[in-house]
Design a protein around this ligand. Structure first.
Ligand code: F3S
Length: 299
């Protein structure tokens, strides 16, 4: 009999759930709405919302006068909020409160200080954080980029060096970076802003992938937190697959596997996870879903 273990932390996190609920409330109230950028990194969900009339815009100038702009959980630079206000447009800020907390930290700086963000400068969350910095700010996403920073930031020029992290930054990379940052700079103020939901999800994915012979990470290919889960799982289980929908399941392998693990990124809807589990059960009729009860509670 095959065993299917579904991570309890699979799927929407608190911040994403909150943003989606805000949008659904607008839909229920029949209020025209648009989101600045895709509400989450999941095309299925974005398409579903589009069918319900929610547009995705790339620039504030594309918003219509009667629409409510929903700012997604990643947050935006202050300049975007200013532009919305200048244009007298309606908006709801669905920035995750954990991200807003980082905005507050980096906005409380002066000319004598700098901010260093551990994160990917091309990620919208990091761009949003950079857009709230009141002082100079720098980013690094790996050890190589951190070494480059050391050569361009002389500590004596600054009273304080504030260090924050993108909420989904890799925990191990963060700990390693802090060690070298503390060795090089004596005037650091460190704020551990990695979201708990991320570390719990990564830890659970690591544990499950160590104990199964087939592992699935469900998420959009553009979702960085899903990709991170994939790299963690594939280092423990060589048969790890990164899939977007049930159609991508390697059915022959599912049929033969004795134990299967399943996790999903923070932007993967519960519906898609359920479709994957249902399809697995169709081909592997004797499977037992160990976390079935807790998963049903997520739906
Ligand atoms: Fe917020 Fe953490 Fe999700 S920061 S958006 S609850 S991953």
């Amino acid at each position: 009999m095959s065993k299917i273990i579904v991570a309890e932390s699979a799927g929407f996190c608190f911040g994403v759930n909150r943003a989606i609920n805000i949008l659904y409330k607008l839909i229920d109230e029949k209020k025209p709405a648009c989101t600045l950028g895709p509400i989450i990194h999941n095309m299925q969900m974005v398409n579903e919302l589009r069918e319900k009339g929610v547009r995705t815009i790339d620039k504030i100038s594309e918003a219509k006068e009667n629409e409510t702009i929903v700012i997604r959980s990643h947050g935006v630079p202050q300049s975007i909020v200013d532009e919305i206000n200048e244009r007298h447009l309606d908006y709801i800020d669905a920035t995750c409160p954990f991200v807003s907390k980082i905005h507050k930290i980096v906005s409380e700086t002066d000319d004598d200080s700098i901010v260093i963000i551990a994160g990917d400068k091309n990620h919208p969350e990091v761009q949003g954080i950079m857009g709230h910095c009141k002082s100079k700010c720098y980013t690094f996403k790996n050890q190589e980029e951190l070494q480059e920073l050391f050569s361009i930031i002389p500590q004596k020029n600054y009273k304080t060096i504030k260090i924050v992290a993108q909420t989904t930054f890799d925990l191990k990379e963060w700990e390693k970076s802090l060690k070298s940052l503390k060795n090089v700079y004596t005037n650091t103020k460190i704020f551990d802003t990695i979201c708990n939901a991320t570390s719990i999800r990564q830890r659970e994915a690591a544990n499950i992938s160590k104990s199964v012979d087939l592992m699935f990470v469900i998420g959009d290919k553009h979702s960085s937190n899903s990709f991170k889960l994939y790299s963690i799982c594939s280092s423990n289980c060589e048969n790890t697959f990164f899939i977007e929908t049930a159609d991508e399941l390697p059915l022959e392998m599912v049929k033969k596997a004795d134990s299967i693990g399943v996790t999903a990124g923070a932007s993967t809807p519960a519906r898609i996870i359920k479709e994957v589990l249902d399809k697995m059960s169709e081909v592997n009729t004797s499977s037992v879903n160990e976390n079935e009860l807790s998963f049903e509670e997520m739906l």
